[in-house]
Design a protein. Structure first.
Lengths: 238, 96
């Protein structure tokens, strides 16, 4: 996995205090990665090769600080997983407060773009990099009441496809991985009837497993997957 | 704080660094074109150069200053045009 020249690959994951981010951090720590994680809160992971930042990723300076440390301590970055996202309560567009619109775009769109911007600078120098932006099946199903969340994820899909063309000559691939519904705090906060109604539109009509996500990421990370880029990979057959 | 001479030295050091990765090296000349049609660098080469310069400036001053900021792209004449214009722009950033 990864370039054979890198004995301890460096991976940055956003949103590692719980759910998919926490799972991926533990999974890749066990695979021999140095994992740099961040979240708004403290993190339960206590392993030698894990470095945690308490950061508000809606704030550019806090993102720059994470990269400043990575640059200083490791001088490179092999993998970025943009996982952190928020999904405020389902609301009809007619009732969306402007502050909510700004907040979700800051975390779900502006922050991943900033993380990508800084990551490609580090990855480009080693002519290798893998960026995985976590997407959502919401962009496939376009559910009423989810306009805001869906539009942020659709934005990341478009951003990913364009970025992939800009960085491929630097050995960097950029993909979106859109999991099916995984039981996390984020999914529990959603109306369960609506959730299952949406899940029923998938080929696989049940909750996804976390291993589905790490399995797909393992494939993207392989050296041989160098031409797998600009893809939106939907799990569960969305 | 850094002098224009120190900034140019950092830029030349960064050019040396990216020349090691590129098949067609660019000259360490203050008039060399970095941006635009006559540029010796492609867009990724420019990204790598700017990144390396930002690191050099951080090492020298202790401060990380993003060079490709909003002001740089809104200026009538691009500060990335040549090594000299870039050095002048970085000097302005450092004096802000």
């Amino acid at each position: 996995m990864i370039d054979s020249k890198s004995t301890m690959p460096i991976m940055l994951i956003t949103g590692t205090s719980k759910g998919i981010g926490e799972y991926l951090a533990n999974y890749y720590l066990n695979m021999g990665f140095i994992v740099v994680g961040c979240s708004r809160n403290t993190c339960k992971i206590e392993k030698d090769n894990y470095i945690h930042f308490i950061a508000d990723i809606a704030n550019e300076n806090e993102i720059l600080n994470i990269f400043r440390i990575i640059r200083k301590d490791y001088k490179r970055l092999d993998v970025l997983i943009n996982n952190a996202a928020i999904n405020p309560a389902i609301l009809n567009v007619a009732f969306l407060p402007y502050e909510t619109i700004q907040k979700i775009f800051r975390v779900n769109v502006f922050a991943p773009i900033m993380f990508c911007r800084e990551a490609i600078k580090l990855m480009g120098r080693n002519k290798f990099g893998r960026i995985i932006n976590i997407g959502s099946m919401a962009t496939r199903h376009e559910v009423a009441g989810e306009a805001l969340y869906t539009s942020t994820k659709a934005s990341i899909n478009a951003f990913t496809r364009v970025l992939s063309k800009e960085v491929i000559n630097s050995g960097i691939t950029v993909n979106v991985l859109a999991p099916s519904v995984i039981e996390t705090d984020l999914s529990k906060a959603i109306n369960q009837d609506a959730l299952f109604e949406v899940l029923n539109r998938n080929a696989v009509k049940k909750y996804g497993d976390l291993i589905d996500i790490s399995n797909s990421i393992d494939y993207i990370l392989r050296e041989e997957s160098k031409s797998v880029t600009g893809q939106i990979i939907y799990l569960g057959g969305a | 704080m850094a002098t224009k001479k120190e900034i140019i030295e950092i830029i030349f050091k960064s050019i040396e660094e990216i020349n090691q990765q590129n098949d067609t090296p660019i000259a360490k000349d203050i008039n060399i074109k970095l941006f635009g049609k006559e540029s010796e660098l492609d867009s990724l080469g420019l990204v790598n150069l700017i990144t390396s310069i930002e690191e050099g400036i951080e090492e020298l001053t202790g401060n990380y200053i993003p060079i490709a900021d909003e002001r740089a792209f809104s200026m009538e004449s691009s500060p990335f045009k040549t090594v000299e214009t870039l050095a002048i722009y970085i000097e302005i950033l450092l004096n802000d």
